[in-house]
Design a protein around this ligand. Structure first.
Ligand code: UDP
Length: 330
């Protein structure tokens, strides 16, 4: 039997690099394409690599005509809610136009399976919780709108051209694989868990919690933290499932929410200190609470998160930043 070949676009980024590790450990032959605008060479694991950009259509199409992939995994996107509010153009270009190029290159080269990193940001402010896939889609940030736009493209490309796809709506990706030297390294870092950990380790001077006047028990936002390796495993299962189901849209979360202050406390416990964040104004585009009903993914993919316990996530991230205070070397 020949080895399954896959292309991972954005495989040097945070979720993409953890997926690449997981896929190569599962015996797949992985090629990573990344433009290295945000990703790190030091995060590449177990894969062939070439530097490429989805906004450059000709080389992409040439690559896909020379190589045959069983599945294409799309992780390459801008993913900051706040930044998308202040600079939406970047998001429409890098998330929507780039994904369109990928789909066109797939269409011309007869590649017909794609797994897309979508987001719970497609729902907007929840009307009911936990969020199910059929909840109305009213994204409140340009980031969420770009993810929804690509989901619609995927639906239309499935109907018209037979391109099979899974849109996996991540809740909050968290955790890392310190044993393999993989962590979360965004520059600048805007995500809660790495920021709290960096503050606890005195790698940054301030920690600001954005708003404590939300309609939640402690007034801070609530999120559903899902381990990146749990996400990665769901991606592998989604690829298999496309054989029988051509269009999937699934929530990937745990069903359990933690407030921003719960996260501060969990990191404090992991490092044995009491952390005192500042309280700042709300961050634009932040819904008060995002918690998944992932029952559909559990059922369809026969998948369960096994690594998403907040305490162990905090310990892993703490370990990675202790070992890599400056992040990846390259
Ligand atoms: N957050 C915060 N301080 C930070 C970073 C994030 O209070 O330094 C809050 C943010 O406003 C949101 C939650 O933490 O309520 C999760 O934000 P993150 O950026 O980690 O993920 P998002 O939910 O935007 O995908």
């Amino acid at each position: 039997m020949s080895t399954t070949r896959i292309l991972v676009i954005g495989g040097a980024g945070y979720v993409g690099s953890h997926f690449t590790l997981c896929a190569s450990n599962a015996g797949l032959r992985v090629t990573v394409m990344d433009n290295l605008s945000k990703g790190h060479r030091g995060a590449l694991r177990g894969a062939e690599f070439f530097q490429g950009d989805l906004l450059e259509f000709e080389p992409l199409q040439a690559h896909l005509s020379r190589n045959r992939y069983h599945g294409i995994f799309h992780f390459a996107a801008n993913c900051l809610v706040g930044e998308s509010v202040s600079d939406p153009a970047q998001y429409y270009l890098n998330n929507v136009i780039a994904a369109f190029n990928m789909l066109e290159a797939m269409r011309y080269t007869n590649h017909d399976r794609v797994i897309f990193s979508s987001s719970c940001a497609v729902y907007g402010i929840p009307e009911t919780l936990p969020l199910k896939e059929d909840h109305p889609k009213n994204p409140v940030s340009p980031y969420g709108r770009t993810k929804l736009a690509v989901e619609w493209m995927l639906e239309d490309y499935c109907t018209a051209y037979g391109i099979r796809s899974a849109s996996l709506r991540y809740f909050n990706a968290a955790g890392c694989e310190p044993d393999d030297g993989l962590g979360e390294d965004h520059r600048p870092e805007t995500h809660l868990i790495p920021n709290v950990v960096r503050y606890a380790l005195k790698l940054q001077d301030d920690l600001v919690i954005f708003g404590n006047d939300y309609p939640t028990p402690d007034g801070t936002c609530i999120r559903d933290y899902i381990h990146v390796t749990d996400l990665a495993e769901a991606h592998l299962k989604a690829l298999e499932k496309l054989d029988s189901l051509p269009l999937l849209r699934l929530n990937l979360g745990t069903g359990r929410g933690f407030s921003n202050l719960d996260v501060v406390k969990a990191v404090g416990n992991a490092c044995g200190v009491s952390l005192k964040p500042e309280i700042g104004p709300r961050r634009p585009g932040d819904p008060p609470e995002l918690v998944a009903d992932s029952g559909e993914a559990f059922r369809v993919l026969d998948w369960r998160p096994t690594r998403s316990d907040l305490k162990s996530i905090c310990s892993e991230v703490l370990r990675w930043f202790s070992e890599h205070p400056e992040g990846y070397a390259e």
